[in-house]
Design a protein. Structure first.
Length: 123
């Protein structure tokens, strides 16, 4: 998980220099994500939830993951909505509640018109 996030934060190499690997620690990554989440970055909120729910480094914290996923879902992040629904369906860090899980899945889905999208048709 941290390798993937490290790549997201990697600064592009200078054109005249060779690409050097980032020596960013997981703690530095988490602090950066927290700063960005505090500034309203929804993707950072989701990433913090994903780190908290994973068992990477033995620091699994479903309650904290739920908080981050709730914040991201409130901003419209559908992946966070899906993860919350899964947590409620499995009872992972929350009381198992299929009704709440169904509500979370239903919120994720956007209603569509039977007539199709509005606007000009592409040919």
């Amino acid at each position: 998980m941290f390798q993937k996030i490290r790549r997201l934060f990697a600064d592009p190499p200078h054109p005249t220099k060779t690409c050097q690997p980032q020596n960013t620690t997981p703690e530095q990554i988490i602090e950066r994500l927290k700063r960005e989440a505090a500034e309203g970055n929804v993707d950072s909120m989701f990433q913090l939830g994903s780190i908290s729910i994973s068992d990477e480094g033995g620091k699994r914290n479903p309650a904290l993951a739920k908080e981050w996923f709730e914040k991201a879902a409130a901003e419209g992040n559908t992946a966070a909505m899906r993860n919350l629904a899964g947590m409620y369906a499995a009872g992972d860090g929350v009381d198992k509640d299929p009704a709440v899980a169904n509500q979370r899945f239903a919120r994720k889905a956007k209603p569509c018109s039977a007539k199709g999208p509005k606007g000009p048709r592409l040919r």
